[in-house]
Write a protein that binds this ligand. Structure first.
Ligand SMILES: *[C@@H]1O[C@H](CO)[C@@H](O)[C@H](O)[C@H]1NC(C)=O
Length: 265
């Protein structure tokens, strides 16, 4: 009885925390491929997507395994990214595949650590990894998994959780070379990344809105830097009142263009 109550408490708490995460994500609103709009995959694959894939590496940002599979089979997508929002969407979808991931994560956490907070934290990481492991069977490249964004200003805790996510992947047979740990490019996040990269834990530095963040991430050896052109544009729209920009003048595009040349100057 007590065990069941605790288990329910674990579920309720994870859902709460996952909800909290969705709000965080909605607030920061990361840039991602428009995987949500179900335009005919065939026409996309033959036109825009294949043209893009010819000049760059494409990563799909979703936690929906069916969508990842569909795009991975075109051969145009090699990497995949999840974040707490996608993990929560999967976890709350009611689909038996994802429900099994949630159940497994809670059971795992309840069997490993004590205390509700610690259990919820471990269950969340394990859930993200369960999803990531399934994705790793669909794509050939990297899977990005994000460290709880609330730890973005806590270097030590970020390190502990990032290492633990990697340990969970390795426990499930996915080597660290296939995983990118996604961290916010805050001062603390960049400091944590510098240590992780030395341990062979590659990082995708996210929430990059400015040149200085990108330069610091590059100098400390980040494997990947992810600027957010859409959010840069939002800021400029709001501060200037100007609604439409030509692609060349779009401040987000201009910022990414400048960031892209870090290292070649
Ligand atoms: C890195 O993170 C960004 C931002 O979240 C994401 O859009 C991108 O797909 C990620 N890259 C890879 C290779 O996972």
């Amino acid at each position: 009885m007590a065990k069941r109550a605790l288990r329910l408490a674990c579920v309720a708490l994870s859902i709460l925390i996952l909800r909290h995460h969705s709000e965080f994500q909605a607030f920061t609103g990361s840039v991602r491929a428009q995987t949500g709009s179900r335009i005919s995959l065939r026409s996309v694959a033959e036109t825009g997507l294949s043209q893009l894939a010819a000049v760059t590496t494409l990563s799909i940002d979703t936690g929906d395994l069916a969508i990842i599979k569909e795009y991975a089979e075109t051969g145009l997508i090699t990497d995949a990214t999840t974040n707490p929002l996608f993990v929560s969407q999967a976890g709350l979808s009611g689909d038996p595949v994802y429900v099994a991931f949630v159940e497994d994560a809670i059971e795992y956490a309840c069997g490993k650590v004590e205390g509700v907070d610690e259990r919820v934290a471990l269950a969340m990481d394990k859930l993200a990894v369960n999803l990531g492991v399934a994705i790793s069977k669909l794509v050939t490249g990297y899977i990005s998994t994000e460290v709880d964004p609330r730890l973005s200003f806590d270097k030590e805790e970020t390190l502990r959780r990032a290492r633990r996510i990697i340990a969970l992947y390795e426990e499930a047979g996915v080597p660290r070379e296939r995983v990118l740990i996604k961290l916010a490019a805050t001062w603390e996040g960049i400091a944590a990344m510098a240590e992780l990269e030395k341990e062979g834990i590659t990082c995708n530095m996210t929430l990059v809105f400015g040149f200085v963040q990108a330069v610091a991430a590059a100098q400390y050896g980040a494997r990947l830097i992810s600027p957010f052109p859409g959010r840069v544009l939002d800021w400029h729209k709001r501060s200037s009142g100007k609604e439409t920009w030509s692609p060349r003048e779009d401040p987000g595009v201009v910022a990414v263009e400048r960031i892209r040349h870090i290292g070649s100057v």
